[in-house]
Write a protein that binds this ligand. Sequence first.
Ligand code: PLP
Length: 256
Amino acid sequence: MGLISDRLNRIAPSPTVSITDMALNMKAAGRKVIGLAAGEPDFDTPQHIKDAAIAAMKAGKTKYTQVDGIPELKEAICRKFARENNVSCTADMITVSTGGKQVLFNALMASLNPSDEVIIPTPYWVSFAGIVEICEAKPVFVKGSGANPMKISAEDLEAAITPNSKWLILNSPSNPGGVGYDADDLMAFAAVMRRHPQLHLISDDIYEHLVYDDFKFTTMATITPDLQDRILTVNGVSKSYCMTGGALAMAVGQCH
Ligand SMILES: Cc1ncc(COP(=O)(O)O)c(C=O)c1O
């Protein structure tokens, strides 16, 4: 009998992590490598963030804190959601964790049972499926059936829904497809959600600030106040502020 649990054996190692490790090892060996596997922005962490982190450590802020985030940080996160997303929330609706992956893991681990299904538009960030599988639930992959196969429509979503559908994970702008869902797309998804009350939404907004051309970022919580208790909005600093080694992310929601 091996040491590794069936739960862990069920998932494949993350290909992006393996390729990133390979690139880091090659760099360490002196090779010139540009790693394109991980979602690593091409700019440096802003200086004022580095300075604040150093100042905090010098001030002795290196001890245990509230596990789901210190109150000042939760207040600052509420201000971010109000200012940038027009989503009003209170600190008790916020949870902070060590990166977006951890926030997603916590949310899915806390909510999924073995018969539950999670709808994941393709192409998808590999960890979505891995986390669902580790939670012993079933990932249901949905491919766009229209002109752009990287983008699903409301009809594609509705066709994938069953009585067991618990979450849709929508990542916009998306990794790896680069697809963005605009307000009209989101309104169409919201209409589908209203017809299927068992379905909740994880809106993975981690790439909110990495948008190009005239695409206007919108998140579901902004435009569907009536669905607030079925939406978990996930965001973080790893991509927007290039703090991929800093590992801090948050979620806001009142799902039940
Ligand atoms: C779509 C998506 N969501 C979440 C994350 C997790 O980000 P973090 O580095 O904060 O764990 C990533 C990281 O690559 C990602 O691509």
